[in-house]
Design a protein around this ligand. Structure first.
Ligand code: BMA
Length: 340
């Protein structure tokens, strides 16, 4: 274990590759055999990308954004022994209401998967009179029960914290419009019961740097550290040739995560490989989950690539925390409370 301690279970069988010797400008390195999920992975599904995974019963399980051959995105369940090779259910996840009756969203995309106490929560973007956040819970990955939509439209990129803070569930989100939103900051909201949300706070504004100057959005569930929360998020720039999605990193205050303690002015990963630069939507690296091992400090980042594939990248808690701190610039727009 390194110096930076992650407050989470040990996951000794997590996927891992050592840092290659010859890389520059990279606190994060890609899995050599990327992408880990290619095109047409399931009958009726053309592409899987922007997906979230979690350790489960000694193996791994995940909720995957499957773009069906009719063009409608939906959530598919996948299982894996090693976190790299995945078997997908042929049928999409069936959501039910509290009475057990079918309650399917019109569509569902960019799912996140977060365990809080003994329950797993799936959070996605769906249709509620426009783009909005949908949510469901499961304990066994057999029954998926919808819970109230947390926020009014329009909103995307909702990410739950993996534990309550000061007795409340916490969720990041990114209010938006219903189209290809050309703006957006990350906010945080609190709830005692996952039904009523409030105490909304601004967390981070889009950055000054070109790579995140248009909009930002939460990515993977924050990783708890001894003295903060490590957040991987996406930052978007609007070039003359369209949007470019890169991965950024920040450290939020442990007791009040609306306070940004450090924010990396440099991207951690930006589209460079063929599977990131070429695809249904070129130039997209979109993080949705990590698997991390507190015993070794290893972190695996799962990200959607070019709206076509799933990629895997690695770092360590020591390396990423030092990199973020060494390259940190926070600004006035980074937090409503807790200005430096
Ligand atoms: C965003 C979301 C993501 C997608 C990205 C790039 O608005 O829809 O699912 O990866 O655009 O197309």
């Amino acid at each position: 274990m390194g110096n930076v301690k992650m407050i989470s279970p040990a996951v000794p069988n997590m996927p891992w590759q050592e840092r290659p010797e010859k890389i520059v400008n990279a606190p994060v390195w890609r899995y050599k055999e990327n992408p880990i999920i290619g095109r047409n992975p399931v009958e009726g599904v053309a592409r899987i990308f922007n997906s979230a995974v979690i350790p489960y019963e000694g193996k791994f399980i995940g909720v995957f954004r499957g773009e069906q051959t009719n063009g409608i995105p939906y959530v598919y369940l996948g299982r894996s022994e090693d976190g790299i090779h995945w078997d997908f259910d042929k049928d999409k996840v069936r959501f039910v209401d509290e009475e057990g009756n079918d309650f399917m969203p019109v569509y569902a995309y960019d799912p996140r998967l977060v365990k809080v106490e003994d329950t797993y929560y799936i959070i996605w973007c769906g249709d509620f009179y426009g783009a909005a956040i949908g949510m469901a819970k499961t304990k066994d990955f057999k029954t998926f029960t919808r819970i109230e939509n947390p926020f009014l439209p329009f909103n995307r990129n909702a990410v739950l914290f993996p534990r309550k803070v000061n007795g409340n569930f916490l969720m990041l989100s990114r209010p938006s419009d219903s189209g290809h939103t050309p703006f957006g900051d990350i906010f945080i909201s609190e709830s005692k019961d996952l039904t009523y949300w409030g105490k909304h706070r601004h967390v981070m504004g889009r950055g000054n740097e070109w790579w995140e100057s248009l909009k930002i959005g939460g990515g993977a569930a924050p990783i708890e550290l001894e003295d903060g929360w490590l957040l991987f998020y996406h930052g978007v720039s609007g070039t003359c040739n369209g949007y470019v999605y890169s991965i950024g990193g920040a450290i939020l205050d442990k007791e009040n995560p609306s306070i940004v303690k450090y924010r990396c002015t440099d991207f951690l990963l930006t589209p460079e490989e063929w599977y990131e630069e070429r695809g249904f939507v070129p130039n997209v690296c979109f993080p949705c989950a990590t698997i991390h091992d507190s015993a070794t400090g290893r972190i695996a980042i799962y990200y959607g690539a070019a709206d076509s594939y799933v990629g895997l990248a690695f770092t360590t808690a020591d390396e990423i925390i030092s990199y973020i701190k060494e390259h940190s610039v926070t600004g006035e727009s980074d937090t409503e409370i807790g200005r430096r």
